[in-house]
Design a protein around this ligand. Structure first.
Ligand code: ADP
Ligand code: MG
Length: 377
């Protein structure tokens, strides 16, 4: 066990790293953030920040030697630096887990090989998307195999025209073409797992996306108890089979025939788990700290219905109006709402700037209030 007072390293300085840092520090840990792109949201609150490239082996070595254990909040980290760190200090989840989850081909192949339900897909090399789409049928979606997140590097294809455009856009890139799932709901389960094999899933969150980016998460998800149980079972099994130490988020589609289909895996805290900071018995970030440090896991239940709404950079320039700060009073004056901002200086469209949660006794009423607050922002 790595006890409070010790130093934890985290690769990646975005909002997930920032909220991880808050949680680690409230348990008495020190946090060292490693971020290539410059002073970061996590670095702003951490005990120490190293700004250096992932290829800078001497900076990585110094980082690894300065901490008792290391983790990451970002999936698109090349394999070599991770392996270099793992030689010097415990790194959780392991580089092997990240390798499986960071590439859509490997991830789907892993799901298939381990008997987990996944979306029908075809690999498309050298932009040969037409053949893949013909095999799967339209509509489908093209995704770059690597380095995609928040809907970046994705295009939905519903016509021959789209196909021609996609072929041009994705030419020469390694892609996955997936069948478009006409789902009933989208949900996710985040599961914590310790090195000793203890697992604890959070309740399923129901996720509503806009333009492929998460907009709203709702807990409890509006699904039948048997589906909730099956979703948690899948997440626990995936965590165990992957051998995750830390968190794994399992995104799923609930198909109209009632089946759950795994969309993707993320071996880290997840946007759909932000509700747990205000509405959970233990937040996903605290649970991540507990799991990687070998502390006992906290209870993972929801204290009451909670709705989380993302605040994107788009809000600063609605409908082409003059750019301006959102109306924070709309959230701050609502006693059932809590505002979380990530300290990012520049609001850009699609950029996650913060989120807010609304809690209440009744889920539909809480959701309606969350939507009303969003509209007033
Ligand atoms: P990201 O890495 O950007 O989260 P995802 O593969 O999870 O990529 O896609 C983002 C969102 O786009 C999904 O949560 C879902 O709403 C939609 N989407 C992606 N793939 C499909 C699909 N095959 N069928 C239906 N919707 C999809
Ligand atoms: Mg996703």
């Amino acid at each position: 066990m790595i006890g409070p007072g010790k130093a934890i390293g985290i690769l990646g300085g975005g909002q997930l790293g920032r909220m991880f840092t808050h949680a680690a520090q409230s348990l008495g840990y020190r946090v060292h953030v490693y971020e290539p792109s410059g002073p970061s949201p996590a670095g702003a609150v951490a005990d120490r920040e190293t700004v250096a490239a992932y290829g800078d082996l001497s900076a990585l070595g110094e980082f690894a030697r300065s901490v008792e254990v290391a983790t990451y909040e970002f999936e698109n980290i090349p394999a070599e630096p991770l392996e270099a760190i793992a030689k010097l200090v415990g790194l959780h989840p392991s580089p092997g887990v990240l390798r499986t989850c960071q590439n859509r081909w490997r991830e789907k192949a892993w799901l298939g090989a381990n008997g987990f339900p996944h979306v029908p897909y075809a690999e498309a090399l050298e932009g040969d998307i037409g053949a893949a789409a013909a095999q799967l049928g339209l509509p489908c979606v093209v995704k770059t195999a690597d380095f995609g997140y928040d809907g970046k590097g994705q295009m939905r294809i519903s016509s021959q025209d789209d196909l021609a455009r996609a072929a041009a856009i994705f030419r020469g890139r390694r892609c996955v073409v997936e069948k478009w799932v006409d789902f009933e709901r989208e949900i996710s389960v985040i599961c914590a797992r310790t090195a000793s094999g203890e697992t604890r899933p959070f309740p399923a969150s129901e996720n509503i996306h806009a333009d492929h980016i998460l907009d709203i998460s709702i807990v409890p998800a509006r699904i039948a108890p048997a589906v909730e149980a099956e979703a948690r079972r899948l997440a626990v099994e995936i965590a165990g089979r992957l051998g995750v130490v830390g968190l794994v988020a399992v995104e799923m589609f609930l198909a109209r025939d009632g089946r759950l289909i795994v969309n993707e895996l993320a071996p880290r805290p997840h946007n759909s788990g932000h509700w747990s900071i205000d509405g959970g018995e233990t937040s996903q970030f605290e649970q991540h700290v507990r799991a990687v440090c070998g502390l006992p896991l906290g209870p993972a239940g929801a204290r009451n219905p909670t709705v989380m709404v993302n605040i994107l950079g788009d809000l600063w320039a609605r409908g082409g109006a003059a750019p301006g700060e959102p109306n924070w009073a709309a959230v701050l004056s609502e006693p059932r709402a809590k505002l979380h901002l990530y300290g990012k200086p520049e609001p850009r469209p699609g950029r996650k700037m913060g989120h807010f949660t609304v809690q209440g006794d009744d889920l539909e009423d809480t959701l309606a209030l969350a939507r009303a607050v969003k509209a007033r922002l």
